[in-house]
Design a protein around this ligand. Structure first.
Ligand code: AGP
Length: 619
């Protein structure tokens, strides 16, 4: 999805902007560009449909990134803005790439979000003699700012925004006001990075962490005027606001692949450590429970909860299904999960004694964010399970649990999802111990959680069987994933991961549902990946394996150490035993590896699969 960067400071701007844009590549995009303040108070723009490296190729010969021959020092400083675009209004093209310029090339704008009344504004501007160079909704902003009657850039942006309906995170520069960048936020993130004698702007901390760890998050309806000396924030009504500076604990190295071939496999291997981080400081050995200070929910309030509703999208929703199953089983509170994208449109009944839980890696998923906003508007209490500190969803919630997975770059989520399940487990134990979960069971689960990192390590060390299985699975066109009760969210996540990065058709079913229809599709060409934990449903699962085998369906069975399924399976992967409620977390790991290895075998673009973006910030 779209990304924004901006810089004002003593160093040449172009290399910093391009480096920032390269850090945002993981979000997915189709075009990129920069606009920098050049000599004689003009703006120089380079933008193309393509990658950030294609923008570099358009720069004058001799540009090597170290030396800025584009932006010139104007009045002792450099300044510019940049953008990666994910097409919405108008296909990917050089003209549609941001930044967009006003007709006199004095004003440049980069924008994330959608201007809903762009068509009307465009018509009116054309009627006034404005010529448009792109098909985008964003270009109207550049013309509106340039045509404003205001003397200051801040007032010109306010005047333009007063005419605009829609969502935006945007940054504006004006060659007539070369000492500032004006940024605004309404529904799409804008973060300020405070450096030494320099200021940065970005839509994602990934673009900032190389330069500073001190950041300020703008709120919706807020603007900032960013200068060499710092920044000033204000509202649509021009009222000044005060902001808190937050320290980011992610580093530039976290965005480096190191020796790994892909970010996805790096992130899979980071799971033991990221699970440790998620648990650290949250286990109470004395009362066999979990400490979750950020929930902002005291014991009396927790006892009053009658229902839990979990909301997330895609894999986060499947992690929510695990969470609902775990919480209901352990804390005996009725719980369910629903895609946030559906929930927000069905006018849901919001009950005062329901605890709503929004779950998101990025904290910026538009569907989840708007579901939270809808809930808050109706007076619901919402907590968040979120990975990105200070993200929109985290800030919109009444409290929550940060996942501490570290930055996740690969589009296919792995370590953040595992930490979502760990986060739900901590929440379940916490709520359970406030209610009827016995100290013995609390201890059993807390010990199980603490055993997870080493057990994940063990699964990753024994990856050869999965690598071998990937060879035969990758030859199929269509693959079933089956699991039941605790195993069903595992199957759904396994199918999701495989289809996302391998582009093979994969479908998940409850094992119990096979005989009600899908069994008709079983054949030697359609492999089944079966989740078969050694639990109270083992015998029933085994019956289903026989049914599949009787129809010559090849099987990959994920089960426990010590279990023998005979010759039913072509490949059997055995994972260590934890507690039955926590087993799904371990059983998901081989499926991440399977998706990865199948996609390697098929030569896919694993970290940036086609048509997908890391963070889905549009409807
Ligand atoms: C996961 O592998 C997917 N890329 C996708 O389903 C993702 O989980 C979903 O878009 C939600 O993202 P979020 O966790 O950032 O809200």
């Amino acid at each position: 999805m779209c990304g924004i960067v901006g810089y004002i400071g003593q160093k040449p701007a172009t290399p910093i902007l391009l480096d920032g844009l390269a850090r945002l590549e993981y979000r997915g995009y189709d075009s990129a560009g920069v606009a920098v303040l050049a000599a004689k108070r003009s703006l120089e723009v380079h933008k193309v449909a393509g990658r950030v490296r294609d923008v570099m190729a358009t720069l004058p010969a001799g540009f090597e990134g170290a030396d800025d021959i584009l932006s010139r020092c104007v009045r002792g400083h450099y300044m510019g803005i940049g953008h990666t675009r994910w097409a919405t209004h108008g296909g990917p093209s050089d003209d549609n790439a941001h930044p967009h310029l006003s007709q006199d090339r004095r004003v440049a704008v980069v924008h994330n979000g959608i201007i809903d009344n762009a068509a009307d504004l465009r018509k009116a501007l054309i009627g006034d003699g404005v010529t448009f160079r792109s098909e985008t909704d964003t270009e109207v902003l550049a013309h509106l700012v340039a045509r404003a009657y205001a003397d200051t850039l801040e007032d010109a942006v306010l005047e333009a925004l007063a005419q605009v309906e829609g969502t935006y995170g945007l940054a504006v520069i004006d060659a007539r006001h070369p000492d500032r960048i004006v940024v605004a936020r309404n529904g799409s993130p804008i973060i300020l990075g405070i450096g030494e004698n320099e200021m940065h702007v970005a839509s994602d901390v990934a673009a900032l962490v190389r330069y500073t760890t001190q950041v300020v998050h703008l709120d919706d309806g807020e603007l900032a005027s960013v200068t060499l000396d710092g920044f000033r924030t204000f509202t649509w009504g021009a009222r000044s606001t005060s902001k808190e500076t937050v320290t980011v604990d992610w580093s530039y190295d976290d965005y480096d692949r190191g020796a790994y071939e892909h970010f996805m496999i790096k992130e899979i291997h980071e799971q033991p450590e990221s699970v440790r981080r998620c648990i650290r400081g949250r286990v109470d050995e004395r009362f066999h429970t979990a400490h979750l200070g950020g929930l902002n929910l005291d014991a009396r309030e927790a006892r009053g909860i009658r229902r839990i509703k979990i909301l997330g999208c895609g894999s986060a929703y499947y992690a929510g299904q695990f969470g609902a199953q775990f919480i209901e089983e352990v804390a005996r509170i009725p719980a369910d999960a629903e895609p946030a994208s559906e929930f927000r449109y069905r006018n849901p009944v919001v009950e005062p004694d329901t605890l709503y839980v929004a779950v998101s890696q990025s904290g910026e998923t538009y569907d989840t964010l708007t579901a939270v906003q809808e809930l808050k508007r109706k007076g619901g209490r919402v907590i968040g399970l979120v990975n990105v500190v200070g993200s929109s969803i985290a800030r919109a919630c009444d409290g929550g649990i940060y996942l501490h997975a570290g930055p996740e770059v690969a589009v296919a989520s792995t370590k953040a999802l595992t930490n979502m399940s760990v986060g739900f487990s901590l929440l379940g134990v916490h709520l359970g111990r406030i209610r009827d979960l016995s100290p013995a069971n609390g201890r059993r689960l807390v010990d199980g959680l603490q055993a997870l990192p080493n057990q994940i390590d063990a699964i990753l060390e024994n990856g050869q069987a999965i690598t071998d299985a990937a060879q035969w699975v990758s030859k199929a066109q269509s693959i079933f994933f089956v699991g039941r009760v605790r195993g069903y969210p595992v199957a759904r996540e396994g199918a999701q991961k495989l289809k996302e990065i391998s582009y093979l058709h994969a479908e998940a079913y409850q094992t119990s549902e096979l005989k009600h229809g899908p069994l008709a599709l079983i054949s030697p060409d359609v492999p089944t990946v079966a989740i078969v934990p050694d639990d109270e449903l083992f015998d029933r699962n085994l019956t289903a394996l026989h049914e599949i085998s009787a129809r010559s369906g090849p099987m990959l069975v994920i089960t426990h150490e010590g279990v023998d399924v005979g010759d039913l399976a072509a490949t059997t992967i055995k994972v260590p035993r934890n507690e039955p409620e926590l087993d799904p977390i371990l059983m998901t790991v081989p499926l991440q590896m399977l998706a990865y290895r199948v996609s390697v075998a098929l030569g896919r673009d694993i970290d940036k699969p086609r048509n997908l973006a890391k963070s889905v910030t549009v409807e």
